[in-house]
Ligand binder design. Structure first.
Ligand SMILES: NC(=O)c1ccc[n+]([C@@H]2O[C@H](COP(=O)([O-])OP(=O)(O)OC[C@H]3O[C@@H](n4cnc5c(N)ncnc54)[C@H](O)[C@@H]3O)[C@@H](O)[C@H]2O)c1
Length: 359
């Protein structure tokens, strides 16, 4: 498996990426000094698909496995679900040294991570992401959280995993919609950080979409590397890490104003393009670069047209978002493909004009 290191002083860890990761999980955990009992938090869908493979991979190396299931769905990222898990951990006599393995997508990773960060003031966490989004984004960087009331991720912590095991074979069963969600984050990584990677994506999107294992391995690795590099420079999200929100300021507003009829990936794709358009209208992003961005988004099968939602409502939604600083909406805008900048100086009329239609 390919190895990436996230360098965060005493919180440093490795990300292992490749085929067959589940089968070798026991060996990898042993190498990191773990032994005995491990708790696996997952959901019924992922457990049915991959629970057995992971169990075998762990028992072969002498681990005792306890699987805890949480129902599927974003609504499970809650204090109630965390409460039930604390209860089960106590019933299974989990101790300070007992690792929690998060097997699943971003929902499982965020919830299991939150529980690991808080149970007994913190037990070791191992992320085993099974969606493309989780493999390239949510399993890396230590943001763990639950939702509370109407607010997303507003109760949480920075809690780095001890290890991330990314088995790209799990992507074979991923529904197309989830794959596209993940590809949005892959495109985001390239636009914010790595022009060469963007060129690679432009040339290879077709085989990537058809899940060519060799290419997938590479794009997961490159995207994970970018996330790791950004996190290393700003672990606690006080500055640079904000660039990971590229496309999300407008994207979240679209999701919320459309009553979540528009999916996350689709909304963020439109958000990335709208941010590109704003930058272009400010005289920063070149027209050709904007066209290339649009082309890649189109090729993935993501929308490029602004949905017919009222710009004023989108602006209101953005104003309620966490990305507002002293009342001004903060945008991450591309300067050119591979470089972005953060600004809160976009004129309200330009925002409104852009949200009224991308063309
Ligand atoms: N912590 C972070 O830094 C961070 C970053 C980005 C997103 N997130 C969070 O991630 C969450 C979204 O994550 P997600 O997109 O992975 O959604 P998800 O966890 O809900 O997974 C999507 C769907 O795919 C299913 N699934 C998972 N793996 C599968 C597989 N291999 N085969 C078939 N089905 C599979 C799941 O059961 C679920 O139905 C959100 O809650 C978001 O807030 C966190």
């Amino acid at each position: 498996m390919k190895k990436l290191k996230v360098k965060l002083d005493t919180n440093s860890y490795e990300i292992l990426i490749g085929s067959g990761g589940l089968r070798h999980a026991g060996h990898q955990l042993k190498e990191k000094g773990f032994a005995g009992k491990v708790i696996i938090i997952t959901n019924p869908i992922v457990n049915k698909l991959y629970g057995n493979a992971l169990k075998q991979g762990l028992t072969r190396d002498g681990f005792e496995t306890i699987f805890l299931e949480v129902p599927d769905g974003e609504e499970q990222k809650s204090l109630e679900a965390a409460g039930r898990l604390y209860h089960e951990l106590t019933n299974h006599s989990a101790e300070r040294t007992t690792p929690i393995l998060a097997l699943g997508g971003g929902v499982t990773g965020d919830l299991a991570g939150f529980v690991a960060a808080t149970y007994l003031r913190g037990v070791p966490l191992v992320q085993i992401p099974t969606t493309l989004l989780a493999q390239v984004d949510s399993s890396i960087g230590g943001k763990v959280a639950v939702n509370h009331g109407q607010l997303k991720n507003n109760i949480g912590a920075f809690y780095q995993p001890r290890l991330v095991i990314t088995d790209i074979d799990t992507l074979n069963t991923l529904p197309a919609k989830e794959l596209v969600n993940g590809l949005t984050e892959v495109i985001k990584s390239a636009v914010i950080w790595d022009r060469e990677f963007f060129v690679y994506l432009e040339r290879n999107l077709e085989p990537i979409k058809s899940l060519d294992a060799k290419l997938l391995d590479g794009i997961v690795f490159q995207s994970a590397r970018i996330k790791a590099e950004v996190v290393e420079k700003d672990e606690k999200d006080v500055g640079l890490r904000n660039i990971l929100n590229y496309g999300h300021t407008i994207g979240h507003a679209i999701e919320s104003v459309s009553d979540f009829k528009m999916g996350h990936g689709e909304a963020v794709a439109i958000g990335m393009l709208a941010a590109g358009r704003i930058s272009n209208r400010m005289g920063i992003l070149d027209q050709q670069e904007l066209a290339r961005l649009k082309c890649v988004i189109e090729k993935v099968g993501l929308p490029t047209e602004m949905p017919s939602l009222k710009p004023k409502r989108l602006i209101q939604a953005m104003e309620h978002d966490k990305k507002v600083l002293e009342g001004r909406i903060r945008f991450v805008l591309p300067k050119s493909i591979g470089t972005v900048f953060i600004t809160d100086e976009v004129s309200p009329s330009l925002i409104e004009r852009t949200l009224g239609g991308l063309e």
